[in-house]
Design a protein around this ligand. Structure first.
Ligand SMILES: *Cc1c(COP(=O)(O)O)cnc(C)c1O
Length: 396
């Protein structure tokens, strides 16, 4: 009889499994308490209360006020909103925005759009580990700079940015500071006051919550235009009937992530380090991308010389392993990852990259199995590579 196929899911930076307690909390808001939160009858009060509770749960995890949390349809919407709507609101003050070369496309492509609409955008460099160069960032500031947007942690190589220092620079110069914290929220402790964050983007499905729900934290006093025009939802700043089940699920996921953070990330760091140590020791001509220690607890990113990342992924898939060769958004295109190029990797090395992102369910057995598969597959792919053959001949 057919054996159940092994599935080892190591692509948690792309999306995560919705936690059972999250699904359970959401279900009644599809079936029983489906009222529109904006309606006046008491049946709808339950929906309204659920939104309030979700908002409070999330605000608490960030040290924010509930009125500063605005629900959106996810990370991309929050990023678009933060950039476009502050640009619009502050255009009397200036037209210059600073961000980095390694942001998610939700930021980079919004930057491109703003450049076509009269704004100027500076994309600051990062060092070989993917850390923003603070001196370059500060030098990029002009009298017309209205916004600095730097991601909290990178979705491909996991590097954590010096957010506190960036917040201080922004504050010193009287410039707004936005951070895309989609990867960091739920994995790292974040306090918006301690870090001088004015706006923060997050997305439910990256921390065991549902897909299609996110929020933008907007500090009280920040001028921002509404992004979706229509009804008076979200304090008139984001129209549209609220995603009540999504908000309920997100609230539970956020609370759960905060509660389990310490233990979960300690375990992930241990397994992640075991993965990195074994791969670097046992697979020759391999490098780790990103920072050795200032990286997301669950992230590992490797480049294997003389290997095509896509071929590696396909062969890993045959062994039941889900990984990524870059970000899910860029796979399918043949351009190497903009993040790997920004840290200085040549194209041919960037092409042979693999991102593995763990979850709380990942075990030591999973990791050892994955490393064994990587060793076997990389050796096989190299044995078919004329470049590798030449290289080995020259070594002799
Ligand atoms: C996933 C991700 C996004 C996009 O979030 P969605 O909810 O999928 O739109 C934005 N930024 C980063 C860093 C991400 O990892």
């Amino acid at each position: 009889m057919s054996e159940e196929k092994k599935l080892i899911y190591l692509d948690n930076a792309a999306t995560t499994k919705t936690a059972p307690e999250v699904v359970e909390a959401m279900l009644p808001y599809f079936t029983e308490m489906y009222g529109n939160p904006s309606s006046v009858y008491s049946f709808s009060q339950k929906s309204k209360e659920a939104i309030t509770a979700g908002r409070e749960k999330i605000a608490k995890t960030l040290g924010a006020n509930p009125e500063e949390i605005y629900f959106t349809a996810g990370g991309s919407e929050s990023d678009n909103w933060a950039l476009k709507a502050t640009a619009e609101a502050y255009k009397e003050k200036g037209n210059h925005i600073i961000t980095t070369k390694i942001e998610h496309h939700a930021i980079l492509h919004t930057g491109d759009w703003l450049e076509k609409h009269g704004f100027e955008v500076t994309y600051v460099d990062v060092d070989e580990f993917g850390k923003v160069k603070l001196d370059e960032l500060e030098k990029a500031i002009r009298p017309t700079t209205i916004l600095i947007s730097v991601m909290f942690a990178n979705n491909e190589i996991g590097t954590i940015q010096p957010i506190k220092e960036i917040g201080e620079i922004a504050k010193k110069h009287g410039i707004l500071f936005h951070t895309d914290a989609v990867q960091a929220y739920g994995q790292l402790p974040i306090n918006v006051d301690e870090l001088n964050i004015d706006m923060l983007s997050s997305s439910g499905h990256k921390l065991n919550g549902p897909k299609g729900i996110g929020f933008l934290y907007i500090r009280k006093g920040v001028k921002i235009r509404s992004f979706i025009h229509g009804g008076a939802q979200e304090r008139k700043r984001r129209a549209g009937t609220e995603n009540v089940p999504g908000i309920v699920g997100y609230g539970v996921a956020a609370e759960r992530a905060a509660r389990t953070m310490k233990e979960r990330t300690a375990k992930e760091i241990e397994l992640r380090n075991h993965l990195i140590d074994r791969v670097l020791a046992e697979v020759p001509y391999t490098r780790l991308n990103g920072h050795r220690t200032d990286r997301l607890p669950n992230n590992a990113n490797f480049s294997f010389q003389f290997v095509e990342g896509e071929s590696l992924l396909i062969m890993l898939d045959m062994d039941g392993i889900c990984g990524s060769s870059g970000s899910a958004c860029t796979s399918g295109s043949l351009d190497p990852s903009h993040v790997l190029l920004a840290i200085g990797l040549p194209h041919e090395i960037a092409h042979g990259s693999l991102r593995l992102t763990l979850s709380e369910e990942t075990t030591l057995e999973d990791i050892d199995y994955v490393v064994d598969c990587i060793k076997k597959i990389v050796a096989r792919l190299r044995s078919m590579s004329p470049l590798y053959e030449d290289f080995i001949k020259k070594q002799k």
